[in-house]
Ligand binder design. Sequence first.
Ligand code: MLT
Ligand code: ZN
Length: 466
Amino acid sequence: MIAGVNEFYDIENFAVDWRKKFYGKPLAVMLPRNTNEVSRLISLINRTTNISIVPQGGNTGLAGGGTPNEHGNQVVLSLRRLNEIRTIDFLNRTLIAEAGCSLLNLQKVASEHKLYFPLDFSSRDSASLGGLLATDAGGLSVLKYGTAKDFCLGLEVVLANGEVWHGLRSLRKDNSGYSLKDLFIGSEGTLGIITAASMRLFSPVEKRLTYVAMTVNLSSAIELFGELCSVTQDNVLAFEFMEKNAINLVRRYFPERVPVNFDEHLNSVICIIELSAAFEKNSTSYSSISEAFANNQLCTYYTKCSETMRKTIWQLRESITFASAEDGPQVKNDISLPLSRIPDFVDYITQKLLKVHPHGDFINFGHIGDGNLHFNFAPFFRRMSCKGEIKRQDIVNFLKENEEVIRGMINDAVVLHDGSITAEHGIGKLRKSENHRLKSDVELRIMRTIKNSIDPKNILNPEVLL
Ligand code: MLT
Ligand code: ZN
């Protein structure tokens, strides 16, 4: 246990990622209360020790970027006590908040001011602003608002020598040199510690139309998405998908969360689509939307959701990650591809991999509108018709031997189809060796040059990314 002021924390919460894939042994956990304390701690560590620092937000990451190593020579710097909303500017439509503010809190505060903080995903109650920016998080509403970097206007960052960069500007336009904030966003704590950020806010979409649609395959889902983009002038708020295995995985652990009409043999791709209800007021657009859904070349079934059904379908979608955590380790992937290449990619790698591992299968779901698939490989999925048949330890042992090779095969196919090995989860420790293998020498050299120039002693999260 670690004592803070009026709080007690279990050290395990800082040492292990939530999915229990990365186990570390922190030398210490530091819980500063403000930017000044972060700065003093880092400066002291930099000047007087050889230890390195792992910054950590809500510890909800999926790539091991916030977990210390097992050697006991890294300290965790948790930002969770820096959790103030410093300002909210209604007219400028921005807020400045500290790194430890949870996503849920940011959403609530914005909503209290009749504004909207647009990022959203299932770990919203723990994920924190600093982590969202350090990984350039995406999630369920990227289609309209982009990823974290797209609506971040400025940052406050503590550098490796303890100096503070006060870059908390709240400007839509700022053309005064290199965009330094974009260097820190997505850098996974390797270049500096984000202690606060200025974020844009938006007008809330008062009412949404939510549809559930079934398509025979991913190709048709992508076509349906294209059609809806055309008839709404690119105003699709969300377009998510889940394949059969993803739904059956939820059925295995949370059967009550699967709607009764989603039979376990249902071989369709289930899509969740959200549009602004403002379209209902414009009869021409609304009938084009209805026509797109009614085109049975694209869509075999669709329904407009009631509020209850809307909650049910989103709960199902958000439960996939939790069901897969219950199920045991998988080769988790977070790839992005040009939409036009997705069907070929999926056919190509499915055939290739299942030839070698016929007991496994892909749990494929994600953000099809963003070209972002969580294309996870569960090595014994076809043998696990009932839970408990394969022990967690069997999967762990299998993955010890095979995970890197399987990941390598998938990533080679991603590159062959012009994609990226991570869309929104980041490199962390999970994909570090693959990043080295697949990134060009030029790119790696530029990244290392930047890292060496602002963290020459390599004390900031040295075991991730590069
Ligand atoms: C999601 O979209 O649900 C996630 O990014 C989580 C995951 O891949 O498990
Ligand atoms: Zn996702």
